[in-house]
Design a protein around this ligand. Structure first.
Ligand code: ADE
Ligand code: ZN
Length: 325
């Protein structure tokens, strides 16, 4: 059966990981001190006490203010390097890291500061045997105009990016709001993904827009797709990945969307397991695999299939994919 050692030892690809969501309480306190910012807490226990949320909106209310401690290039570097060390311990061989530039530029931090610190860590991750790339996300609760400006800031750095994503508050912010920016990003050679968070208002409509109109190549979460068997066939046939995050889901839904993951595996839709915001949801990628395997009694074969899916749906060259599979 599946043990913690097994999920840890398995080579994995991490495709749904928000770098800002890896800000552990100890680093948060260290950066607050370094940048002389009063975050209202001075101990790890006090920071942890603020981690109270039961849906996406209440989570985001804790998540964004915490980012104030990220100010300088070296803060973004330290954040990302701390994560890459965790990734190496978890046998993550390949990672596509989400970041939210607007969460920083809206506070007066320069775009170049954010991306330079993250990119420097991406380069240094190679020494840890972690092959890392960056996915820039637009905040969907910000305006289209803000997304347009953010893409314009990013394009000079496009060689440092592998793709574009969409995150933050999904309520009344459908993927189509950003159709133009996604089109422009694709024209610049970037891959496309979008969050379709679990059990949102209009979930299925958002999934449909993303797949049928915007041509996204993956869906983040996206497990509500099981409500429409035709769409499940669509992603299975085209190899469009669904990146499910059990521990993050567990804050909203006690079953962690495990039944949906099993249904997708059954239909040969390439679902895979990831960590979302591990510093906030109680575990890194191996913990997410283990939580799901333990609750749903998955076989080793099923767990191996989930890990294989994380490589088949990664944005890597066929040669690299062959190395991993
Ligand atoms: N930002 C960080 N994590 C997120 C999630 N799971 N959904 C939407 N926005 C996010
Ligand atoms: Zn996410």
């Amino acid at each position: 059966n599946v043990t913690k050692e097994f999920t840890q030892g398995l080579p994995k690809s991490e495709l749904h990981l928000h770098i800002e969501g890896t800000l552990e309480p100890d680093l948060k306190l260290k950066l607050a001190q370094r940048n002389q910012i009063d975050i209202g807490q001075t101990t790890i226990a006090e920071v942890q006490k603020t981690y109270q949320y039961d849906d996406l909106a209440s989570f985001l209310e804790v998540y964004y203010p915490a980012m104030n401690v990220l100010q300088k290039e070296c803060d973004f570097y330290d954040l990302a390097m701390a994560y890459f060390r965790r990734a190496a311990q978890n046998n993550v061989r390949h990672v596509e890291v989400f970041f939210d530039p607007q969460a920083h530029t809206s506070r007066g931090v320069a775009f170049s500061t954010v991306i330079s610190g993250l990119h420097r860590a991406v380069v240094d991750a190679r020494a840890l045997n972690v092959d890392a790339t960056l996915i820039m996300c637009f905040l969907r609760d910000f305006s289209k105009e803000s997304a347009r400006q953010t893409l314009a800031q990013a394009l000079p750095y496009k060689d440092w990016l592998v793709g574009i994503g969409l995150d933050s508050d999904e309520h009344n912010n459908p993927p189509l709001k950003f159709a133009r920016q996604f089109e422009d990003a694709a024209a610049a050679g970037l891959h496309l993904t979008t969050h379709c968070d679990i059990d949102q208002k209009d979930s299925l409509e958002h999934i449909r827009q993303a797949l049928e109109i915007m041509g996204v190549e993956r869906l983040d979460h996206g497990t509500n797709i099981v409500e429409d068997p035709d769409l499940v066939d669509f992603v299975a046939q085209r190899g469009i990945g669904l990146t499910s995050c059990p521990l993050s889901n567990s804050f909203v839904s006690p079953e962690m969307k495990g039944k949906e993951v099993l249904q997708l595996l059954e239909k040969k839709a390439p679902v895979s397991i990831h960590s979302d915001d591990p510093a906030y949801f109680g575990g890194y990628i191996s913990d997410n695999y283990y939580a799901l395997a333990d609750k749903f009694n998955l076989s080793r074969q099923q767990v191996i299939q989930l890990a294989r899916n994380s490589f088949t749906t990664a944005w890597i060259s066929p040669e690299k994919r062959d190395l991993y599979l």
